[in-house]
Write a protein that binds this ligand. Structure first.
Ligand SMILES: [Zn+2]
Length: 321
């Protein structure tokens, strides 16, 4: 799915060069919407074959595709109400029924076991990145191709580092960040410093974070800092139903992570506590205000602070990306 700039997003409305109904199947490396978000549109336009992915990716897609469809329905309804749509009536790229139809087509495949599809064998192999993320290897009698998907960092706080990739004759390699390199050195220590400074002046620290992958990494860092006594034991509020649901999936699939499942249970317990505190919120509490208003309301306060954005991509529908 195309995201961000409008001239890219408009391509989501274009047709494929082949008929959707003529495709035999779809292979997804992971759930982020920039990789998976157009599939319900493909189903809406006639695709009725199987969609292969890992089990955790399938679980994440139940959250992401339904949320994406909901946002598009809402945005189309809003444009029609306000009358600013270029096309009338404004339509969603796909709706919740299309998302549900796409979910019905998911065929989870176990890790690293070749799965026969027509004349091909498909296998998924770990690449870190986010829960369920894989590289996909396809082979037939003559050749083999490896699609990297998004490859995670070996130093990710939660995801296991990827092993050596399987051998293949051809590799199709993603390069989301091009030639940029990212240093995570000292980031957790810096986070601890900001938390301590903010708490010591009685403020609230807001950390904008994408819901899938980044929110869980930030929560894990904060949870560990509290366990180690590096930061005070203040409540951690996760104010996003999608991030909360995703965090619960991380708990369900904890064996996929590099940290022990019991530790993830501990992290999730503290998040659920915080979540209950936020919903239903006490009058005047942070959870009482719509999420997008948190920065406006909190950041002018001299005691409050905004944490470094926990960047990621691909977990919001394009209209809100
Ligand atoms: Zn991704």
């Amino acid at each position: 799915m195309f995201q961000e700039f409008k001239h890219y997003r408009e391509r989501n409305w274009g047709d494929l060069e082949v008929r959707a109904g003529s495709l035999d199947g779809v292979v997804l490396t992971h759930a982020h919407l920039d990789h998976s978000g157009w599939v319900p549109r493909l189903v809406r336009t006639g695709f009725d074959g199987p969609i292969y992915c890992t089990e955790a990716t399938a679980d994440l897609l139940h959250i992401l595709w339904m949320d994406a469809a909901h946002i598009q329905e809402e945005d189309a309804a809003y444009a029609n109400r306000k009358g600013f749509a270029r096309h009338f009536p404004a339509l969603p790229l796909y709706d919740k029924k299309d998302a549900a139809d796409a979910l019905d087509r998911l065929r989870p495949v176990p890790w690293a076991i070749p799965h026969a599809i027509g004349g091909f064998k498909l296998s998924f192999h770990r690449v870190g990145h986010i829960l369920g993320a894989s590289c996909a290897r396809l082979e037939d009698a003559d050749t083999s191709v490896l699609f990297s998907g998004d490859v995670g960092r070996s130093t990710d706080l939660l995801m296991r580092p990827s092993g050596p990739p399987p051998a293949a004759e051809f590799v199709v390699l993603e390069s989301t960040y091009g030639a940029r390199s990212h240093s995570e050195e000292g980031l957790v220590a810096r986070l601890a410093e900001v938390v301590r400074e903010t708490v010591s002046r009685g403020g609230v620290l807001l950390i904008p974070a994408f819901a899938v992958g980044r929110s869980q990494a930030v929560l894990w860092a904060l949870h560990r800092l509290q366990q180690d006594g590096e930061i005070p034991n203040v409540p951690l509020l996760l104010d996003s139903p999608m991030a909360t649901n995703t965090t619960e999936l991380y708990q369900e699939h904890a064996r996929e992570l590099r940290v022990p499942p019991s530790a993830i249970d501990g992290m999730c317990a503290s998040v659920r506590d915080a979540d209950r505190r936020a919903r239903p919120p006490p009058p005047g509490a942070a959870g009482a205000e719509p999420r997008q208003h948190h920065p406006d309301r909190r950041l002018p306060g001299p005691r409050n602070a905004r944490g470094p954005p926990a960047r990621g991509r691909g977990d919001r529908a394009p209209s809100r990306a």
